[in-house]
Design a protein around this ligand. Structure first.
Ligand SMILES: [Zn+2]
Length: 458
């Protein structure tokens, strides 16, 4: 037992699919073992975790850090700080920045800049829109690829949109060759455009309410997912579908998995958490959501999929916009920004569903940590607290309740779509590779501590 060890004492540690009353020993940034709470072990530092859960840190595969290009909303440092207090230890961010990350040169510039900025471990999904760049970006260490079938205005940058199925086939072929994941925001733009035209002709206001109702139309998502699954079958690409809130999509994904296809799915909290009245009354009205939670069959299908593994992971879609930008949404939802900040209380939002009996803790950990780690080819080094794993973990008071306000948030935009909601389960400490990076909702570590997560071919 070296004196450099850290011992987390008295907590219930999530390991091997269950909570165990063990002390956890950490040395050199990794978990070196578990001991029973009464036993002797020399430690340089002891962290008291009495009454707390010790859980793997969240690995978030869907961040919008807004950096570079939109840093008035957020930047790598503020995003990673909000992530750290919210229980996130690794984040992978998206290419819809300015300039969009669609060449190896832009990827390397982004990586070099970000290396000085992030408090937590981080990676980057790059855009596969230039076919000749795909092998180059993969060779340079891109975590994986992401494109959008949705087009229009920022954040759905038309330069990153691919609607044409032939082009998608080419992209899947090329990404399959390099073996890293290809994330897709599925969307049938033609159906969306037709429904939008129809709504405007009948005099529906151009506000978020009309927009959200159309945007979440099941067929827009289901038809897209159907084609993507067929193209996956043709190419063998590791397809990760994001925003899987459509009931029809979930049925297609379940069937594809039953056939053994390499298809994984993520859902982000805004779709299954935020209600229409919450969006109307609060500042979260920028979200294209609210209609999902008010469709009983659809929300039931999402919960079933979260529980049975059809949905593999919960990703944050942390997508901050300023309140001024949100206000602009009221009369012109079609050209305003979409999305909401999610990081500051991310683990607590999910743990509240655990407390309410909607999700077993084992599924929460699988959705937030284990499955994302597998997607990235990092499990069990990350996403678990087995001996040898990185000591990326959170201490949670499972019974603590807190009513969310806009006070004290780490995100640069300074607001939460969950305003007024009372959560159960508060993250008190976040540790990354054995170092405490956040404690009592304060960030303890400097920008640049985070390490880059390169793509792993599988
Ligand atoms: Zn997103």
């Amino acid at each position: 037992m070296g004196i450099s060890q850290t011992r987390i004492h008295g907590g219930s540690v999530y390991v091997g699919g269950d909570l165990k009353r063990n002390d956890i020993l950490i040395d050199g940034g990794v978990v070196v073992g578990m001991v029973t709470p009464g036993s002797d072990a020399e430690a340089g530092e002891t962290i008291d975790a009495t009454g707390q859960l010790v859980l793997p840190g969240i690995i978030d595969t869907h961040a919008h850090t807004r950096d570079p290009g939109y840093t008035h909303k957020e930047d790598l440092t503020t995003a990673s700080r909000a992530a750290a207090v919210g229980g996130v230890t690794t984040m992978i961010d998206m290419p819809n920045v300015e300039p969009p990350t669609d060449t190896v040169e832009l990827f390397e510039a982004k990586r070099e800049d970000a290396a000085r900025k992030s408090v937590i471990d981080w990676g980057h999904w790059v855009a596969p829109t230039k076919l000749d760049q795909i092998p180059k970006m993969a060779a340079a260490g891109a975590t994986g690829f992401k494109f959008y079938q949705v087009s229009g205005a920022y954040p759905h940058d038309p330069r990153l949109a691919v609607n044409d199925e032939g082009s998608i086939l080419d992209i899947f072929e090329a990404v399959s060759d390099v073996g890293v994941p290809c994330l897709v925001h599925p969307f049938n733009q033609a159906i969306f455009d037709a429904l939008s035209e129809r709504a405007w002709k009948t005099g529906s206001p151009h506000n978020w309410d009309t927009f959200s109702q159309i945007y979440t139309t099941d067929a827009i998502w289901k038809t897209a997912v159907g084609v993507l699954i067929e193209l996956q079958l043709m190419t063998g690409v590791r397809l990760q579908l994001v925003h899987t809130h459509s009931q029809g999509s979930l049925e297609l994904i379940r069937a594809a998995k039953d056939r053994g296809q390499r298809v994984t799915a993520a859902v982000d909290p805004k779709y299954y958490q935020l209600t229409r009245s919450e969006l109307q009354n609060g500042k979260g009205r920028v979200c294209p959501a609210g209609y999902v939670t008010e469709d009983p069959a659809r929300i039931e299908a999402i919960w079933a999929a979260l529980n049975d593994g059809t949905i593999d992971m919960i990703d944050s879609d942390h997508a901050p916009h300023t309140l001024d930008e949100v206000a602009a949404q009221d009369n012109d939802a079609w050209s305003a920004g979409m999305g909401s900040p999610q990081y500051d209380w991310l683990y607590s939002i999910v743990l509240s569903d655990v407390a309410a009996g909607r999700l077993p803790l084992s599924r929460a950990v699988a959705l937030l940590s284990e499955e994302p780690a597998r997607l990235l080819g990092l499990w069990p080094r990350k996403g678990s607290l087995l001996p040898g794993s990185d000591a990326d973990l959170v201490l949670v008071d499972p019974g603590a309740r807190h009513t969310l306000t806009d006070e004290g948030l780490q995100t640069k935009v300074g607001w939460t779509p969950y305003l007024g909601r009372t959560i159960t389960g508060v993250v008190n400490l976040t540790m990354l590779r054995g170092t405490v990076i956040a404690r009592d909702r304060q960030v303890m570590e400097e920008p640049g501590f985070g390490q880059y997560v390169a793509g792993v071919a599988q």
